[in-house]
Design a protein around this ligand. Structure first.
Ligand SMILES: *Cc1c(COP(=O)(O)O)cnc(C)c1O
Length: 310
């Protein structure tokens, strides 16, 4: 098997100008940073969160990377693909009971050689307990010394460090944009992006759209991820559409009309909620936004869309 080098994914992605009727009416320019086009298999922000975790694991002579996620997890999918591509064994600890037919996400992961281990929802909530990982490793026959453990979503410090490279993937320069919009699950992607923007684009604001309900706690998490007090970001917490992986008719309609007008696919869990929040902000603050230049980070997630009707 030919193992590629991890740096082979240090590549540029397209930055695509888009226009819709509502953007034209608002007098706003919007570009989309297409992280979803990074690679056919390893897509979106999850690669940036994994990159330094994989390099660290290799440097420590680990053979295996273990992480956690749901049956449609973009993180699990990217980890399985990256392990296969870059020559690391992977273990996916999956929330919920095994189902008769694997989800498309887990079928891909298994095809890429990921070993799947299931935890009941109650066990999964205790996944950070110290006795859990030794038990899982004993079941898979891998010794603890061989394993690098990555938290759910890839959102550790190494993950944040990788997210500092996201703007560079689109060769974004100082002064190009007034605002940068992106989705927040754990906030690691926002943290890495805000750190880079604070150094390279001092006049730009980073706007994070929380996809979970009741996500005000994320502001403190983001502060821990950045490890410094930054004032260049804002978290919007009113655009969750009922909670994680919940959708509304209005959200689905916006995603389908945007795709018809621009050919850019969005997912209802993450990127669709960003576009919805952006559009609503243009409506509410029309005077402020006139002539503004916005960048939206397309963080991927399209593989997970296979599990949701639009
Ligand atoms: C995981 C994910 C996010 C959220 O990233 P965080 O770093 O956890 O905030 C955003 N968009 C997509 C498509 C994702 O898969």
């Amino acid at each position: 098997m030919v193992v590629e080098s991890i740096s082979s994914l240090d590549r540029q992605v397209p930055v695509q100008p888009v226009c819709t009727q509502w953007l034209a009416e608002a007098g706003v320019t919007l570009n989309i940073l297409r992280l979803d086009e990074l690679d056919p298999e390893i897509s979106g922000n999850k690669w940036y969160k994994l990159k330094h975790n994989l390099m660290h694991a290799k440097a420590q002579d680990k053979t295996t990377v273990l992480s956690f996620g749901g049956a449609w997890s973009n993180h699990i999918h990217a980890l399985a693909a990256a392990g296969h591509r870059f020559g690391m064994a992977t273990i996916g600890v999956i929330r919920g009971e095994p189902s008769a037919g694997l989800t498309a996400t887990l079928a891909d992961a298994q095809r890429w050689g990921m070993q799947l281990q299931y935890l009941t929802r109650a066990e999964y909530r205790r996944k950070n307990d110290s006795e859990l990982i030794p038990r899982l490793l004993a079941e898979s026959g891998v010794s603890a010394e061989q394993v690098h453990v990555v938290p759910e979503g890839g959102s550790n410090l190494l993950g944040v460090v990788g997210c500092r490279d996201i703007l560079a993937a689109g060769a974004v320069s100082p002064g190009d944009y007034d605002e940068i919009w992106l989705a927040c699950g754990t906030g690691a992607t926002l943290a890495g992006t805000a750190l880079t923007a604070s150094e390279t684009m001092p006049d730009a604001r980073v706007k994070g759209v929380a996809v979970l309900k009741g996500a005000d706690f994320l502001r403190a998490d983001i502060g821990r991820h950045t490890r410094q007090a930054l004032s260049n970001w804002t978290l919007l917490t009113d655009y969750h559409h009922g909670g994680y992986a919940r959708t509304t008719e209005a959200l689905r309609l916006l995603i389908t009309s945007f795709e018809q007008e621009t050919t850019i696919p969005l997912d209802p869990v993450y990127t669709g909620k960003v576009l919805f929040a952006l559009k609503d902000s243009l409506r509410k603050h029309a005077a402020f936004y006139r002539s503004k230049r916005l960048l939206m980070v397309h963080t991927g997630g399209l593989q997970g869309r296979r599990g949701m009707a639009l």
